[in-house]
Design a protein around this ligand. Sequence first.
Ligand SMILES: [Zn+2]
Length: 437
Amino acid sequence: METALTGPETLVPTPRDPAQKFWDPELQTLDPEERRRRQDAALRRLVRRVFETPVPLFRRKLESAGVKHPEDVRGVDDLSRIPLVRKQDLRDSEAAAPPYGDYRFGDVRCCVRIGTSTGTTGTPTVTMWTRRDLAFEYESAARNFWRTGWCPGMLVTHAHPAYLYGGGMLLSGAYEYFGLVNLWVPPPDTDELAEQGIRAWMRFQPDIPFVGFSLGRYFEVSAKLKLDPMKDVGLRIPSLPGGKGIPLMTAGLECFACLGGSCGAPGAHLNEDRALVQAVDPETGREVPDGEWGDLVVTTLDRDGALLRYDLEEACSLTREPCACGETTIRGFWGGRFKDLLAAQGKRFQASEIEGALRTVEAVTKPSLEWVVVRPRAGEPGPLRVRVELAEGDRDAIAGRCAAAIAQRLGAEARVEIVERGSLPRSGYKTTRVVDA
Ligand SMILES: [Zn+2]
């Protein structure tokens, strides 16, 4: 077991010329064949560490695929036969060998931080970061910020949760590493906490307005405070990406939080020198063709807290088409979590598609759109059951308009129940939109 701390003694980047196009020109514009050779070498190092450390969970996975020696994996082309590892594998491992499980490459005392997942999909799992792992995330984040056009000295803000959930701390660290001015407001779990954020933004006026899962909460609480969320607070409604969909930005806090970022072209450039990202058919373990949806499977490279063939149970698709910006990395799209994938009336769709339909009915979007859908049971016929809050207006007419919007967008019949404003649960981070009957 490694016992020494790894990573840089200080986390400070070398200054960049503001005129340079890329944060890390060498690695972001590397010849793809050379990048692949480096990935092959990093993968061989990872497999060697699995055997030599040893890391029992990954060693079992490798041996079940017939890998008896580190030399049996020569490179990326050998990955498809290695079984996938899912969140439940990590949970089972932590339950069997508490509290950290048998999938770690080092002792907790080599790390500088531990945290847990939010637990939205079951028992929270434990994430540990060495100083090197933090440097790895911060450097990746810096490329993403630079691509977006941010530069050191900008005042930015976020409302990520903190403490045991490590997300807020990681994002704050990445901002500060890059040289941004980090204005961290509390997640708007209550109206009082939301007001703290609103007052801070009015006072300090961030250069980049807040965007995040809880944006609707700030619109809602601004209205309660008789403030205009746009004119008085400075909030904006972000435009949604067109085409194939949402850029693939993250592989989760437990795997690789700052996986990629958008240059403005469709998708997100992926920090491929630090991770192998694959869109995988879970039946065969093989990659699906570019442009098709598969399971997001990530293998982190040269990270202390590594994961091998980690299946996030989310949909992604990849493109290897050259990008006009000049960066040579592949780009990825995110298709949502499988747990938010709904099946009804012979159709499959994401909860976010229902939200997109409801947004076209203006009456239910003021001051914020609040809704839930009851998860349809397999093979259960009948309309989708959707509940939507309404502040004021003709309930029957607006319920009809919502149902028509869902029918038009999804081709599925819905029964929309209008409920009182404030009657559905609120969350300061990710709101649950799919509920059980
Ligand atoms: Zn690009």
